[in-house]
Design a protein. Structure first.
Length: 643
């Protein structure tokens, strides 16, 4: 990058003072975090040239920093655009180079002149007289006040927005002392039935604290989900809105809820400040707000207190969450890091395991950490990343321990149900455990999702669809392909096609929807349409080369060429990692090779491949249902005969 000797960059109405680290518009200082400022400086040093995402990563974070880099950078760039009144769609200053980096596209002039405003050094002078605790409190106040102002102006752009901002600022002294205001008579519940907890905003300007904010989001949702009569949207779906500045009314409509809970958190020097706002989305009005300051060691109690207070505000019949066991801050920190990694990209799964194990080491009676560890082993095995011979026993052991420590934990019963289902092939016990998990937590989307699989294996198709619909109602973005896949497995391909196409209209970049639609077309004999969806799915995964290979294979040999390509691709992957024998069985079945199909089915049985439990629903095997080898395999697995 270029070395700059000038101290002030001028573009449009903006001035960037490198010495004081300030951005001004028409001479008025704008508030912005350190990361957006660093990005702006990097872009201004190279106007008209691309600055890569990796270059920005190296500038913003040390190599050993624990952070979701993609999300952190995207959020920082969005904050920069907000400061510059810029947009990604029609950029005036910052242009996005898809998947590669960013470019400053404005005209820049550099000046050596001194900015007339007082410098950071002068502004900081009064604060030097404060104690460290007071200074931390003031810093928290500034960040949270800026956050409240930003939300108001970002979401409520109309004449009254200035009034809303002023009201928030005038009310701030009440926040400092833990008071709250209401827009209705005290004690009168709102009477709502559904709520979404937006991802907590990390205002600490420390990317290493992202896991803390995300983990606390997860914990608060879990606590609120235990409230009777209240539908709470699951974590996976609300996380779609992390760092996304959109009108609350739109978010509420997409999630199908009445109320939005906004929470911001600052975690510094062993002190945590959390500010909560309950907002009626349709009218965009505040119902209730409160601020809390606690020691970091009191986080679990704070989460419970938050959940209880919100529950009281929204429902007169709400029951408070159950009391929580005292967990050491270090163990809880490790658990939050584990959940942060588990809900991230696939390549974070092993680090999730490490953090769950660390939490258990620090606190051996931590039931939720054992449940997380069980999720890692059983979930990674079901996803095809781990060998079931090794992973399933470990998952069962962790689930049993979680249940032993806390049999009131819905997650523990769900983990145990998954073990019974995928490992022990004990259908009755799997059904009982999955039922218990949703009895304990009626908002537990994962519980309904697993129950859908169990009921489908027992040929209870309508109940399975009902369970999956409930799961998607609670977590609409986690598995938008869930109902479509179930319909495919039931042989209702046209219904699956209609369902999946409707979902794609809303989520056109979801590759899993495309893969499932390709299967719907394939089973209807629509070979070209199936190929086109497979090509599009691979493109959405960023694999343009293999997308072209599929198209070339189809052009040469039709569907036969595509299926041979899929088999060759499986063999290629198997050289690098474990691939379930069941995948090879399906590949050979699509090619009509019966002996190879049954050879791989036998290996899948020996490996205890998890998805053998849905063997009745895999349509690729339809031509072989009458084969005595198929009947014998079903009997050994212990599945009921399909109807």
């Amino acid at each position: 990058m270029k070395v700059m000797t000038a101290r002030t960059a001028l573009f449009g109405p903006y001035a960037v003072d490198l010495r004081s680290g300030e951005l001004r518009k028409h001479g008025v200082r704008l508030k912005m975090g350190g990361q957006p400022f660093e990005i702006l400086v990097a872009l201004l040093a190279n106007p008209g040239e691309m600055v890569t995402r990796e270059e920005l990563r190296a500038r913003l974070w040390a190599d050993d920093t624990f952070v979701d880099f993609d999300h952190g950078l995207n959020s920082a760039v969005q904050r920069l655009r907000d400061c510059l009144s810029d947009t990604a769609e029609k950029p005036l200053w910052v242009e996005t180079i898809p998947r590669r980096g960013y470019r400053f596209i404005g005209q820049v002039e550099w000046s050596n002149g001194t900015d007339p405003s007082r410098s950071n050094e002068e502004a900081a002078a009064p604060r030097r007289q404060m104690g460290r605790a007071e200074e931390a409190e003031v810093a928290m106040d500034e960040r949270l006040t800026d956050h409240a102002r930003g939300r108001a102006t970002g979401f409520r752009i109309r004449t009254t927005s200035l009034v809303v901002v002023a009201a928030l600022l005038l009310a701030w002294p009440l926040f400092r002392f833990g008071l709250h205001w209401k827009t209705r008579p005290a004690g009168e519940p709102v009477g709502i039935h559904s709520i979404a907890v937006l991802p907590l905003e990390n205002l600490s300007e420390n990317p290493a604290q992202e896991y803390f904010a995300d983990g606390m989001t997860d914990e608060l949702i879990t606590q609120l989900a235990r409230t009777k009569g209240l539908r709470v949207i699951s974590r996976t779906s609300v996380m779609q809105y992390k760092g996304v500045h959109r009108p609350l009314k739109d978010i509420a409509r997409e999630l199908g809820v009445d109320e939005i809970l906004e929470v911001s958190v600052v975690n510094e020097a062993g002190r945590v400040r959390v500010t909560v706002q309950l907002i009626h989305a349709a009218s965009d009005t505040h119902i209730w707000a409160q601020s809390y300051i606690r020691d970091s060691s009191d986080l679990l109690l704070l989460q419970q207190e938050l959940a209880e207070n919100v529950a009281k505000e929204v429902s007169s019949s709400a029951l408070p969450p159950k009391s929580v066991r005292v967990i050491s801050p270090e163990a809880h920190d490790a658990y939050l890091r584990g959940r942060y990694a588990w809900f991230g990209a696939d390549d974070n799964a092993d680090s999730a395991r490490d953090f769950f194990e660390k939490a258990i080491q620090l606190q051996p009676d931590y039931a939720a950490a054992y449940s997380g560890l069980a999720d890692y082993y059983i979930g990674s095995c079901a996803s095809g990343y781990l060998d079931p011979k090794d992973a399933l026993p470990k998952g069962e052991q962790a689930a049993q321990k979680a249940l032993q420590l806390d049999d009131s934990l819905a997650e523990a019963h769900n983990s145990m149900g998954a073990s019974y289902f995928f490992y022990r092939w004990n259908w009755k016990a799997a059904e009982q455990e999955s039922q218990k998990s949703i009895e304990l937590d009626a908002n537990y989307a994962e519980g309904y999702h697993l129950r859908g699989y169990v009921l489908l294996a027992l040929n209870r198709e309508n109940e399975a669809l009902e369970a999956q619909r409930k799961s998607e109602e609670l977590d609409p973005f986690a598995r938008p392909w869930g109902i479509g896949r179930l319909l495919n497995w039931m042989g209702r391909y046209k219904e699956a096609e209609v369902e999946l196409r409707q979902r794609i209209a809303a989520l056109p970049t979801n590759d899993d929807l495309r893969f499932n639609l390709a299967q719907s077309y394939l089973m209807q004999g629509k070979d070209r349409e199936s190929m086109e969806e497979l090509v599009e799915a691979l493109r959405l995964e960023g694999d343009e080369r293999r997308a072209m290979e599929v198209r070339d294979a189809f052009n040469k040999e039709g569907n036969q060429g595509v299926q041979e390509w899929r088999l060759a691709r499986l063999k290629e992957i198997a050289l690098k990692r474990y691939v379930s024998p069941l995948e090879f069985a399906f590949a050979y079945a699509r090619l009509g090779q019966a002996d190879e199909t049954f050879r791989w089915l036998e290996k899948a049985y020996d490996d205890h491949a998890p998805w053998l439990v849905q063997i009745h629903q895999h349509s690729e095997l339809d031509p072989f249902r009458g084969d005595p080898r198929y009947t014998a395999l079903i009997k050994r697995i212990g599945l009921p005969q399909s109807h």
